[in-house]
Ligand binder design. Sequence first.
Ligand code: IVH
Length: 716
Amino acid sequence: MAKTAKTKTLTDIAKLTKAQAKVEHMRLALELEAHDKRYYQEDAPSISDAEYDALRQRFNAIEKRFPEFVTAESPSQKIGAMPSGRFKKVRHAVPMLSLDNAFAEQDVLDFVGRIERFLKLSDDKIDFSAEPKIDGLSMSLRYEGGELVTAATRGDGAEGEDVTANIRTLEDVPQKLKGRNVPDICEVRGEVYMTKKAFLALNERQKAAGDTIFANPRNSAAGSLRQKDPSITASRPLGFFAYSWGQMSAMPEKTQTGMIHWFERCGFKTNPLTKLCHSVEHLIAFHHKIEEQRGELDYDIDGVVYKIDRIDWQERLGFVSRTPRWAIAHKFPAERAMTVLRDIEIQVGRTGSFTPVGKLEPVGVGGVIVQNVTLHNEDYIKGIGNKGEQLREGRDIRIGDTVVIQRAGDVIPQVVDVVIDKRPKNTKEFHFPKKCPCPLHTDVVREETATGEEGSRARCTGEFACPYQKIEHLKLFVSRRAFDIDGLGEKQLQYFFDEGWVREPADIFTLPKRNAKLKLEEIEGYGETSVRNLFAAIESRRRIALERFIYALGMRHVGETTALALARGYGSWDAFHDACLKIAKGDEDTIAEMDALDQIGDTVIKSVAAYFGESHNRGIVERLVKELSEIVDAEKPKSNSAVAGKTVVFTGSLEKMTRDEAKATAERLGAKAAGSVSKKTDYVVAGPGAGSKLAEAKKHGVQVLTEDEWLKLIGE
Ligand code: IVH
């Protein structure tokens, strides 16, 4: 950056035109991200702290003058995503997970029902800890020998930021745990928050000093924590409620509520509204009561959290993906606002599906400015639901209408109603396009549903010839959970695509050697540092984990979780690729093998077959693989267990555990839990009432175990 500063004279921010500011904002965002990456992930900063601060200051000053440039992706807003700002990274000993959401009472009933089925409880009653869901920032506090050693933010769940110096200034966080015999390692987790009163007072002070105004107490708590100077954090009144834990060398209590009391004995504050509930009715009543009190509380909450009280049951229930089975957040109803719909645009997704997006007169809902809203599909705009039912009493949505929108938690905003009284005269119904807006103008068809009826989703028939679909795939390819190529955001990618430089994934990897021809540096807003950083990012991604690679291919129905299941199932790219090619040719054994993998079924197999059945796609994959140095084999979970790598089928009724639980345990130990018996099955665990699967096992000479024999084998 020193170089850029020397060669370019910086214009006073007050004199920048909006267009100039926009370009500089984009360039600075890229540079800051690249510097953060070099600093944190490569431990090789290329500029001094002072230079970095100068960049950030200029960036912040631009955002202050043009607040409309601030997006969720802006480096100024990255809290709770990848570690940002200049703090050391900390890998969490136990990942920090998030919670599944319930909105309706039925969701809570379903949650409890799932648990009962999973645990196969008959007479045992389930107790729950019901707690307010504090709208702040989660924090993990690590104590060793009773002393606070590290405080880390959640970050991406696996890795957060080290904010220890700042956290030490919080009155609610003990430096030393009270009481004797505290376990040697204790990770206490909870929420850092700012009271509403403190937030209003802070904004007054900020306004008077001409500093950043925070949108809500959560943002102000985050901003206050991410200060380089702990004395600034100390001047901001932050609170902390303890409600959970990470790594513990010993468990002092057997229940969630027990742990909460233990936190109190250690010197923490816990939320006084927390209650032990004994039934679903009790939970719902708690939700209503807390919702009534919400306005009077001096801190923001966005729902309540229910957790199974018994920790041994929590352990049995375990996790699905990133959320525990034993807890759920029951959110409060969404906040609503009224605004004008200015336009409707059609977005073409990666797989060619059309989503109409409403462009709104920007409006604040629950502390966030909303400008776009999904209008789902053609029928939704007309006022017709998925099952043909009327929506909004049949009112259609027209450009120029005043609409009521709502935003529930992290869920994308929705139009819940149209205010007909405010409809301007002479508005016309919206006509859904019959042709793709891409230059090919391909026909649009409505998808069929599983039952063969006309579905509501419209799709472009252009497939790989449709440039919209190509660009959407490229966006997924470079995204954070796929190849994670820094410095290649949507805007840059669109530019490279429009210029014809990047038309398919492999082209990204040949960019560095084509640079002389492309002269990237001549692009407005693309400095020498940005190009250098981009190339470094590209180089570093020639080695990629198998699950990311599979996800990045962009097959329909193969999201992150499915990609991980496939990667774990096959272990290596060669094995997976080989299977995909065979499946595309209809090889039945290979199809059965993929079908036997956990979480993989018909839909995914069909999609794999369609993808690899297309020669254009095979070419894309082949060219891409050539550009990579290594596709890293997937880790097989717990490969040292007695059943790792084995395929097991459970049949008949089990007595000590439910089928779901048995499968989950098997998978945790690295075994494959399959649904049907084949010659590749290693064990069939048969309980009373086992029928055809037992016969199949005998036919194939597969070893049959009783439930007890299985438990002995896995050491439980
Ligand atoms: S428990 C494994 N309890 O909600 C479960 N979370 O959406 C860990 N939160 O990241 C979370 N109040 O920041 C839990 N009483 C509470 C909470 C709470 C607020 C936040 C927390 C978490 C997020 C999940």
